[in-house]
Write a protein that binds this ligand. Structure first.
Ligand SMILES: [Fe+2]
Ligand SMILES: [Fe+2]
Length: 189
């Protein structure tokens, strides 16, 4: 599927605002790929499609979970904010004919991160947060780190922020985010 067709298909799946976000993430991921020597085409495709399952209704979720025998964990079940990344990773082949495992994993782990992330996974995780439309406290700090060769520092700061936020709001932390943080910390030593 070419890039124009991907955008047209995404238009059917996402509201205007989320489509714009996806275009921004793709653009940012390509920019980061230039800095960190990652595959720009893969970064573009992963960025464009990462949120493709974000607006599925219950029937669509059920349909795809059954169709692809998707195993969601206790935290992901009935929580599209977490599960859209996992569900999306199973359907990008079906919808966009994307078969590349690296792209599939970058989509799959863009919400939580995980231990031992690939460069493409790191780039999509960060691009999702720092794309030009994002505006939250510390976003500029994350941008400065990401665009100055300090991708791991940016990831660590972001995992720390996420973990602090979920604690302050009495929310559950996904264990993959804790593993991702610990791994980055160990990698820095
Ligand atoms: Fe997402
Ligand atoms: Fe996103």
């Amino acid at each position: 599927m070419n890039n124009i067709n991907i955008e047209a298909r995404l238009k059917e799946l996402l509201p205007e605002r989320r489509l714009k976000h996806s275009l921004n993430v793709a653009k940012c991921a390509v920019k980061l790929s230039e800095i960190y020597n990652c595959d720009k085409e893969k970064a573009y495709l992963a960025g464009m499609t990462h949120d493709c399952a974000k607006y599925f209704n219950d029937e669509q979720v059920e349909h795809y979970v059954k169709k692809f025998c998707i195993k969601l964990d206790d935290l992901e079940i009935n929580n599209l904010a977490l599960s859209h990344s996992v569900i999306g990773s199973y359907i990008i082949e079906d919808i966009f004919n994307i078969k590349d495992e690296e792209i599939i994993d970058a989509v799959k782990y863009h919400t939580t991160g995980r231990e031992n992330m690939t460069l493409l996974e790191k780039i999509i995780y960060m691009a999702d947060l720092i794309e030009e439309g994002r505006n939250f406290p510390k976003v500029d700090e994350l941008r400065n780190l990401s665009y100055s060769g300090k991708l791991n520092e940016a990831l660590l700061l972001s995992f720390n922020n996420t973990i602090k936020f979920v604690i302050d709001n009495n929310q559950v932390i996904h264990p993959r985010t804790v593993s991702a943080r610990n791994y980055i910390l160990r990698e820095r030593m």
